[in-house]
Design a protein around this ligand. Structure first.
Ligand SMILES: NC(=O)c1ccc[n+]([C@@H]2O[C@H](COP(=O)([O-])OP(=O)(O)OC[C@H]3O[C@@H](n4cnc5c(N)ncnc54)[C@H](O)[C@@H]3O)[C@@H](O)[C@H]2O)c1
Length: 410
């Protein structure tokens, strides 16, 4: 392998690791960089630190081929791909994007970047961030090179956890450059593994496109969540209602749930709200509706628990969605923590995607397999519709108070 890599990927998480690995298995020399030493060490050994179907096989193949290396610091490369977190933080003006990881990644390549390089921002970002990446890099270079020496593009990622490797290849993509040459170069690069369409646009449109996709989802989920609350008030079965309404040829209502979690749908709409606070009224309201749903469920549990002297509550699922191990921004986790904090009863947890409870629950709740937890419970609270939960016997459930927030047994 030459000293200069084809690609240097900054951030080896859910997005960066599959991306780095798939490029490597397609023959590109790739350096994966992460600031967490345990991530770098794990990948060097051809192993993975996150759960995603078949990712272990892909990473092992990429490392064994010699095409994927891992390091704590970037090296010279033709292309740099930034795939670091973009959370929000609370400020007195509301929720603002926290771009410090992107800034730090952009600045970290200044030491090794050479003229002609392409810098791609894959992290989901507020409008204007690709320009900021350029400005941070040029600032860090302190006059050594100018922005005309490099190419910059935003190529957002839209893969779904649980199906990442399939969607990485089959999803359409967007390549939005600060120049048309940058868009075209990024498009050519992703064509190495992407078999779908790659649409070319400018960076700002690409940035807003990704935020728009997740805001669209959020607004539609908020509609379903609001419906579920209205149905509770009116004594109507929301699952039957939605099934019937969806028989209309142009209606497709999503399923309600205990809230919206993860680091995308629950976060990205805020980037639009913070950029246009007086215009993004529907998007903000949808966020508020979805953010209020966990407390609504909690209140339901409190009312049911009040009927028992020493209630035992089986909480099924902690992750932010079904069939993944990711608990970031998980409404299910938040609800279970609140049940414990508010001492609503003895808490049993079933979460097939973890071997140990998160530290916030390890001293106060017990991890069991689902059937055992249900058998021991007065109240069964279904928070995530993981596949194994679907087969829990109806007879077992009939004898208990059931709160099925996902319509798993509807
Ligand atoms: N996970 C998803 O499903 C998904 C889907 C689409 C888009 N995205 C977006 O992709 C981006 C990355 O998300 P993720 O889920 O992969 O995050 P992640 O937390 O799984 O991984 C990010 C990694 O970046 C590392 N990192 C932080 N700062 C760094 C730096 N300066 N240099 C090198 N490494 C650094 C972290 O240690 C971490 O391992 C975010 O903007 C996210 O919104 C995520």
């Amino acid at each position: 392998m030459t000293d200069k890599f084809d690609i240097c990927v900054l951030g080896l998480g859910y997005i960066g690791l599959p991306t780095a690995s798939i490029f490597a298995t397609k023959g590109k020399s790739v350096l994966g960089v992460d600031v967490q030493p345990h991530v770098v060490e794990t990948i060097k050994q051809g192993r993975i630190h996150i759960q995603e179907p078949d990712l272990d096989v892909l990473v092992r193949a990429a490392v064994q081929s010699g095409n994927l290396k891992a390091a704590a610091k970037p090296s010279s490369a033709e292309t740099f791909i930034i795939a670091v977190p973009t959370p929000f933080h609370e400020t007195e003006n509301g929720r603002e994007p926290d771009l410090r990881y992107v800034e730090s990644a952009a600045r970290s390549i200044a030491e090794v970047i050479e003229p002609g390089a392409l810098v791609i921002l894959e992290s989901t970002s507020p409008v204007g961030t690709t320009e900021k990446v350029r400005d941070w890099l040029i600032d860090e270079l302190a006059g050594k090179y100018s922005s005309a020496d490099f190419h910059f593009a935003h190529c957002p990622e839209r893969i779904l956890p649980g199906q990442m490797l399939k969607e990485l290849v089959s999803n359409d993509r967007i390549s939005g450059g600060l120049t048309s040459e940058a868009s075209a170069r990024a498009k050519r690069l992703y064509e190495v593994f992407c078999s779908a369409e790659i649409y070319v646009t400018d960076a700002r449109t690409a940035e807003l496109a990704k935020l728009t996709e997740n805001s669209f989802r959020d607004v539609n989920i908020a509609f379903a969540n609001e419906l579920s609350i209205i149905c509770d008030e009116l004594g109507i079965d929301v699952w039957e209602l939605i099934q019937l309404a969806n028989r209309h040829p142009r209606v497709n209502i999503l399923r309600p749930g205990p809230g919206v979690g993860g680091h995308c749908i629950a976060v990205d709409p805020w980037f639009i709200v913070s950029a246009a606070p007086n215009k993004a009224r529907l998007i903000r309201t949808a966020r508020e509706v979805n953010d209020s749903k966990p407390n609504y469920i909690l209140e339901m549990v409190r009312q049911k628990a009040a009927r028992f002297r020493d209630p035992v509550i089986a909480c099924l699922g902690l992750t932010f969605k079904a069939d993944v191990d990711d608990m970031r921004e998980s409404p299910a986790l938040h609800i279970v923590e609140s049940i414990v904090d508010q001492k609503l009863g003895k808490v049993l947890v079933a979460e097939p995607h973890t071997r140990q409870l998160p530290s916030s629950l390890s001293a106060t709740a017990t991890l069991l397999v689902a059937e055992e937890a249900v058998r021991a419970a007065d109240i069964v609270l279904l928070l995530v519709d993981h596949k194994p939960f679907k087969s829990i016997s109806k007879r077992l459930l009939e004898q208990r108070v059931v709160i099925d927030t996902r319509g798993c047994w509807a």
